[in-house]
Design a protein around this ligand. Sequence first.
Ligand SMILES: NC(=O)c1ccc[n+]([C@@H]2O[C@H](COP(=O)([O-])OP(=O)(O)OC[C@H]3O[C@@H](n4cnc5c(N)ncnc54)[C@H](OP(=O)(O)O)[C@@H]3O)[C@@H](O)[C@H]2O)c1
Length: 224
Amino acid sequence: MKSLEVFSNLATSLDGKIATSSREFFILGSPKDLLLLRKLRDSADAIVFGAEVLRAFRRPCLPLRKNHRITNAVLSRDLRGIDPDWPFFVDARIDRVLYISGKLSAARRAKFAERSRIVELKSHDVAKEILRDLSKQGMSKIGVEGGGSVMWEFARQNLIDRYYVTIVPRILAGKGAPTLVDGAGFFPTEVLNLKLEKVRKVGSELFLIYSALGARGHRHPLLK
Ligand SMILES: NC(=O)c1ccc[n+]([C@@H]2O[C@H](COP(=O)([O-])OP(=O)(O)OC[C@H]3O[C@@H](n4cnc5c(N)ncnc54)[C@H](OP(=O)(O)O)[C@@H]3O)[C@@H](O)[C@H]2O)c1
């Protein structure tokens, strides 16, 4: 596999949520945060996000530079509730790839295949399979844009090199609200350890960059 650089970029509330529990689309961060999102896309060959993001946004995720062509990659079991006539599927400015782990009817598959590449995932390690496929397509810089379930797929395998996190001065609350990384979660021996690379304060927002350390797991110093 060609060497890959994988980063994530999400905004979270002070209480670690990325959306309200209704999961409706709304812009959590400031215009500065939105600008960062689009600038990071300028540096990426592809961005990966979950079917819930597509259901909420329905439109293509575009970079800032008009002449930068980016691939929008979506992860879904079976594209349930997703309409091939949404603006996302008809916009000529992006390339699309749909990573599917379940079954699609032949008719739906044919309709989506008119404007998207469809890849059937074969293993449980969906994030590794996605990265392997994007690498095979000649891509080397991949942005993971969430939400929490898709972040889990990449984080559980420690596949993200850099985490861009914007802390937004808001409290969203709600037990069912998605967080930066959801999924089943780690045991203490598996937690990911990160290093703070950069912190920038703009108004009441904090722009953080963390890099992944190889080491996993946590033991409290008092217990050593
Ligand atoms: N604040 C931010 O920066 C930010 C960023 C991104 C998203 N968001 C918000 O977060 C919410 C979405 O987050 P979320 O965690 O609910 O959903 P998500 O991660 O966007 O998408 C979840 C979906 O991805 C698919 N998926 C996940 N794991 C899979 C696997 N192993 N195999 C196959 N498909 C898999 C499934 O699609 P199917 O249901 O089709 O099977 C699943 O329902 C939205 O409200 C969005 O607006 C906020």
